[in-house]
Design a protein around this ligand. Structure first.
Ligand code: 13P
Length: 287
């Protein structure tokens, strides 16, 4: 077990009727917490970092740590660039040994999105890496700085996009949004089914934070094979660190480190149990 290509994990998940959790990380503690949960549940995961997070967590420092953690893990781990915005960042991630990259060309018109995504897919495939792309508009924004209006993926356009770009996985917009939902999301399962029927490749659900366990499982039955969790992971770290600082007495980095690892570990564990699609939901702690 070691670092692996994301498409292998998604293929395996397809056979087993489950989805792979893709957990966003921003520091060493988050990597440690995520890998600990994956190893305990003997389940592969994806460690990912988005381009908008790089001002806080530089890629040249985070990348080698993520790759090394994946190589040493007791389960398969893919290392993924989430929402790559510039081709130069995608190239940097591939050079660092990332086994998967997402190119987010959603701000371009369709023709330009297809042209750039195909370029990224060709670049990634030269190192065997997996490519994910997004079509339609997922609401909110990865770091909360913008609030994109949701535009659901058109199944027929998705079919053309996948055929012309050669991507391995497609992120769909079906009413999902990044960050905290202001109201419970109403996912368009009908559109998800039409996209799955049209494209025939693994589908990705962004904006995992705040989607109910029941909706996750329904998405999985309809072809979602990768689910992104970012906000809940950052929140879990912050909350557990907050609990630690509320404890009486003096505080130190080492106990803070343990609290941060614990927060992420608990959050990742809960999501893996949901995504594995086996354990009854009422048996999952805090599901
Ligand atoms: P959340 O922040 O809503 O979990 O979304 C994660 C995501 O889709 C990252 O690309």
């Amino acid at each position: 077990m070691s670092i692996c290509y994301m498409k292998e994990l998604l293929k395996e998940a397809e056979k087993q009727g489950r989805a792979v959790g893709a957990f966003s990380v921003g520091n060493m503690e988050m990597i440690l917490g995520a890998v600990k949960a994956a190893e305990e549940l003997n389940t592969p995961i994806i460690l990912q970092i988005a381009e908008v997070r790089l001002p806080h967590s530089p890629l040249h420092l985070m990348g080698p740590m993520m790759v090394k953690a994946a190589k040493e893990a007791k389960v398969d781990v893919a290392v993924h660039l989430d929402h790559g915005l510039k081709i130069s960042t995608v190239k940097q991630a591939l050079d660092l040994g990332f086994t998967s990259v997402m190119f987010d060309g959603s701000r371009y018109d369709l023709a330009e999105n297809i042209r750039l995504t195909a370029e990224v897919a060709a670049m990634a495939s030269r190192s065997g890496a997996t490519t994910e792309a997004e079509l339609g508009v997922v609401g909110g924004s990865e770091d909360g700085s913008e609030n994109h209006e949701i535009v659901c993926t058109d199944p027929l356009v998705a079919k053309r996009f996948v055929g012309e770009t050669g991507v391995d996985a497609l992120a769909v917009a079906i009413g999902n949004a990044h960050g905290h939902y202001v109201a419970a999301p109403k996912l368009r399962f009908d559109i998800l089914k039409q996209i799955a029927d049209a494209v025939g490749i693994p589908l990705v659900l962004h904006g995992g934070t705040g989607i109910s366990p029941e909706d996750f499982r329904r998405c999985i039955t309809l072809g979602i094979r990768k689910i992104n969790i970012a906000t809940a992971n950052f929140d879990a770290l912050t909350e557990e660190a907050g609990f630690y600082f509320q404890e009486p007495g003096s505080h130190n980095y080492f106990k803070l480190n343990e609290a941060m690892v614990r927060g992420v570990y608990k959050n990742v564990k809960r999501h893996i149990q949901i995504f594995n699609n086996q354990m009854p939901l009422d048996q999952i702690e805090n599901a």
